[in-house]
Every structure is written in structure tokens, then in C-alpha cells.
Design a protein around this ligand. Sequence first.
Ligand code: ZN
Ligand code: ZN
Ligand code: ZN
Length: 227
Amino acid sequence: GQCKACVDGGGFFDPCPALDAVVSSTRVECPNAGCPRYVTYHEVAEHQTTCPHAPCRCTEPGCGYVGAPQALAGHLHTVHSVPVRAVQYGKASQLRLPVSAPRLVLLGDDDNRVFLLSVGALGAGVTAVSVVCARASAATRPRFACKLWVNLEAANCGKEDMVLVDMHMRSSSSPGAVVAAGEPTFLTVPPMYLVPAAAASGDGAASMEVPLHIRIDKLSPWSDALV
Ligand SMILES: [Zn+2]
Ligand SMILES: [Zn+2]
Ligand SMILES: [Zn+2]
């Protein structure tokens, strides 16, 4: 085009409505592998923070792997021996989490959504359990809600104690770097709630497990009005 400001050579720092209009209407393919979206130049940065195909980072020491969430799940499993479990949305699952194995990958059964569950020591025998969705950190759709709870198995007074959290699932593109104590919500498990591992190898605290219940709910778009 014959943009007057450009032709005159003085328009470099001036707003250029003609060029802006061209840029605004030009759509580019999202650079993330597997993403079918075309967005305008102006929307690229914003889309990158929410793109469901945005790469996630492995934060194991010395590992620089970057890949889509499902690829990261496979990487964590094959390279770092992180166990993987499928979870059904809307149903409680029971997991036995060894306090000595700090990570577990959860895969949503109908969409292969990747969640990373972390187990950490808070000191004084207290264990923290947190869970985060592996995806672009600003991604909000679909929304997930998560309940984590543990029952006190030794109770014999008729009323069973339990610890429970009910939270919105946060998202992180570096899910392995998420530390429970830095999250708004996480489950605090007192030492009395831990149980000996089924195949106890007799090495003290390292053979204890968290008998965790987890329920992840995928919230329907129309339920957003309620939350
Ligand atoms: Zn121009
Ligand atoms: Zn995208
Ligand atoms: Zn890695």
C-alpha cells in the first residue's frame, strides 16, 4: 500500500492506521504443535498464555525437556519413573501415595488431561499433598474442581476424623516446580493419618503412605455462573 507516513519516511514512530489494519486482520497459525487455532498478531501473546497445546516444562534437576502436556506425562513416566494413574471425573479414587515418591501423574479418562500430584514433607512429620493441571498457566477452560481427603483409619470412637480440602484446580506450565506451601490450597496430612506401605521394606518413615482419596470434577461451561 501507499501509506503516506511510510512514504514520507517520517512515520516510523507514528501510529500507522493502514498497516495496523492489515496486521490486525492477518491471522497466523498458533505455533504450538497440534493447535488448530489461527489468531491475529495482536492475539498471539494472549493466546499463548491460554493455549491448550502450550508446551510444559520438565523441572526435574538437570532436565530441560519441553513438550505438550501429554508428551510431558509420557516423559515423566519413561525418563523419571513417575507413576501414572487414570482418574474418572466425578468419581472418588483411592490412591496410596508413598511419602518417599513425591510425584504422581493423573490422566483424565475422557480427555487425557494431565494433572500432577505432589507429595512433600512440611516438617514435624506433616505431609503436604497438592495437585495442579499441566497446561498454560493462565488457562481457565475447562475449569476443574478437586477434593482431596484422608480418613484417620485408627479411629475407634465411632466418629472417623478426616482432613479434606475442596479447591479449584490451578494450572501450571511447570507443574513439577509447584510447591504445596506456595499454593493457595493444599492438603495437610498429620503424621497419625499415614499408614504403613503394603509391601513394607522396613526402612522407617520412608515406607509410610498417604491413603489419599481424590475426586476431580470437570465443570461444565454453564456451571461457571455458579462458581
Ligand atoms: Zn505505514
Ligand atoms: Zn494454540
Ligand atoms: Zn525430564
